[in-house]
Write a protein that binds this ligand. Structure first.
Ligand code: ADP
Ligand code: ADP
Ligand code: ZN
Length: 222
């Protein structure tokens, strides 16, 4: 299954993507994680991306599109994937559509997680991520058992540099201007499903599964 998770920063895309990976057995492709790995490794891509990411701006479309195209060719993508944080602009969505068309494929579902801005700010401000395994925590809403230590692997949890409040506002603005229009783009293609992104994490996951299962009943229009 080829799925896109759409939604503003902090909506829970990464959290739900990890649950979907377990359930569906297809990989999560997170452009944010790929960029952070490049920054950590100090590659040319990482050096280009870092300043943009730190101020909440987007990395140029051609860079991201090249990165994703290559990733989609990997053997583990044969049965599908969960795209998390891509596409984020109309140009990226169009490039993805072309890439898939070349392979005779389409997207099965685009799930849009909806959360109010004030909740997003609170979620992002308390977000902690494991440096080793990428597990996600929140200091209040889903804390690790020991502060600063990942439950899953014992690694160190940290706060992302772009999760400071000033940057968060910039990212929300960028989302509204550049990414939110994709809701209509995918609505027009009949693949979009909106999901209420507030409530308990398992409850939201159940909504996501339901939105995916509807496809089996022949509602797919692509
Ligand atoms: P979040 O999960 O909070 O929405 P991400 O981890 O997806 O954040 O992205 C972090 C940053 O990485 C973005 O603010 C942006 O600078 C960059 N980035 C990630 N994905 C893309 C993309 N598809 N296009 C452009 N920039 C991206
Ligand atoms: P995104 O990938 O969309 O930026 P994340 O999955 O990283 O979002 O979630 C952002 C923060 O909110 C994390 O700290 C995560 O633990 C927390 N979070 C995720 N889902 C929920 C939820 N349903 N209720 C409260 N907090 C949540
Ligand atoms: Zn970990």
């Amino acid at each position: 299954m080829r799925i896109v998770l759409l939604g503003p920063p902090g909506a829970g895309k990464g959290t739900q993507a990890k649950l979907l990976v377990e359930r569906l057995g297809v990989p999560q492709i997170s452009t944010g994680d790929m960029l952070r790995a490049a920054v950590k490794d100090g590659t040319p891509l990482g050096r280009e991306a870092k300043a943009l990411m730190d101020r909440g701006a987007l990395v140029p479309d051609e860079v991201i599109v090249g990165l994703v195209r290559e990733r989609l060719r990997a053997p583990d993508c044969g049965r599908g994937y969960i795209l998390d944080g891509f596409p984020r602009t109309a140009a990226q969505a169009e490039a993805l559509e072309r890439t898939l068309a070349e392979l005779g494929l389409g997207l099965d579902r685009v799930l849009c997680l909806e959360v109010a801005d004030e909740d997003l700010v609170a979620r992002i401000a308390g977000r902690r991520t494991c440096r080793t395994c990428g597990a996600m925590y929140h200091v209040r809403f889903s804390p690790s058992v020991r502060d600063g230590v990942c439950d899953a692997c014992g690694g160190e949890t940290y706060q992302r540099e772009d999760d400071r409040e000033e940057t968060v506002r910039a990212r929300l603005r960028v989302y509204g201007e550049q990414t939110a229009p994709l809701v209509r783009f995918y609505e027009a293609r009949g693949v979009l499903r909106r999901i209420a992104g507030t409530g308990e994490i398992p409850e939201i996951f159940a909504r996501a599964i339901q939105a995916l299962a509807a496809e089996a009943c022949g509602t797919k229009s692509s």
